[in-house]
Structure formats: C-alpha cells, structure tokens
Design a protein around this ligand. Structure first.
Ligand code: URA
Ligand code: SF4
Length: 194
C-alpha cells in the first residue's frame, strides 16, 4: 500500500477530536492523488457527511462548475480536501481546537500530493493553513506562498450562493490560477472561457 492509501486508512479511523462522535462518514477528500492543484475547503456539510465525499452539495456543484469553466476536473487536475474531515454538528464553524487537531492531515496530504498551486476556499481554510487572524476579504485574489507553494485565497462557494456579487471577484481569482497553471504546468492548457 502506498503512503497515500495508508494515510486514507488512518484518517478514516480517526477519533482524535469530538467531531468523530457525531459524524456519519469521514471525508478524506478526493481527486487526482498527484494533482498540481489542491482546493481546500472548511469541512463536510450534511451531504458530504452522508456520502463520505467532499463538496457534493450545492456549493460542490458550484465549485465543479467553476473548475469546469477553467478546464479543470477532479479526475485529472485537482484534489479537493477540507481543513476538518468530519462534519461539525449543525454545520457550525469548526472550533480552533478541532482545526488544530485535524490540520496535520492536510499537511500530510499536501506533502504527498505535492501540488504547485493551493486554492483556499474561504475563511476557515485561510485561517487554518495560513494565519488564524487573516481576513479573507483583505487577502483574497493575491498570491501568497506557504512552504514554497503558491496559494490563492478566494471566497468559499457557499458565500457566492448567498451573495451574487462575489461571483465576479472569485472568477478573477480563478482566472489567475489558470494563467499560473499555463505558466507552471501546461502552456497548452485549454479552458473554454479564459
Ligand atoms: N463545504 C466545505 O467547505 N467542504 C465541503 O466538503 C462541502 C462544503
Ligand atoms: Fe480526526 Fe479530523 Fe475527524 Fe477530528 S475532524 S476526528 S481530527 S479526522
């Protein structure tokens, strides 16, 4: 078994924080295990918890649509994970101690997948990976680096579902990712709209 499968087994049995008590399924994440792009969200919601898969509800459909417009998909280009792997009850935000307990798993996923670009979806991903005091409204759309990897923070798809006005800035952020992907990975990368 390779390290990635080993990690998946470990995470799927994890009981390190209280979220293990109320979850239905652990959501390890999914996509290409050697992806050049990783998207990181907050944590599973109702449907993700039911199905054991990331971003399969309304926000997930929107995320897939955005990725598709960029010419990306889960199978060939992207791995999608979350800061916490188990659903917080009633979709509350994960607590700082839950984030801290779960974060070594995303570190390990990043190390094993080894993506060139990390897209942080929303405040929890930004706070979890970069800085608990960082503000998504301030830093979104600007490239940052984390452990020698390029990081693009943007709004969470669920924020777009609540506020149409955020669609434009998120689209601008993803366009930057496509440009960078062409520079760093595949200059012939095709996308329909940018
Ligand atoms: N929202 C997230 O942050 N992650 C998911 O997996 C689904 C919805
Ligand atoms: Fe383990 Fe993370 Fe689930 Fe907590 S949220 S039980 S740390 S996998």
């Amino acid at each position: 078994m390779d390290d990635f499968e080993q990690l998946k087994l470990e995470v799927n049995q994890c009981t390190k924080c209280v979220l293990s008590k109320t979850r239905t399924n652990v959501v390890f994440g999914e996509g290409f295990s050697n992806a050049e792009i990783m998207c990181i969200g907050e944590g599973p919601g109702y449907y993700e918890d039911q199905r054991g898969r990331p971003f399969v509800g309304k926000s997930g459909q929107l995320l897939d649509k955005i990725l598709d417009v960029c010419g990306f998909n889960r199978k060939d280009h992207v791995f999608i994970g979350n800061i916490v792997k188990c659903r917080p009850p009633n979709n509350r935000d994960p607590l700082p101690e839950e984030r801290e307990t779960c974060i070594p798993y995303i570190y390990k996923q990043i190390e094993l997948i080894n993506p060139k670009i990390i897209i942080l979806l929303g405040a929890t991903a930004l706070k979890g990976l970069i800085d608990p005091d960082a503000k998504i409204t301030k830093v979104r759309g600007e490239w940052m680096t984390w452990n020698n990897r390029l990081v693009m923070p943007t709004f969470h798809p669920s924020a777009l579902l609540r506020n149409e006005k955020l669609k434009r800035p998120v689209w601008e952020d993803f366009k930057k990712v496509v440009v960078k992907y062409r520079e760093m990975v595949n200059e012939n990368h095709h996308s329909e709209y940018c």
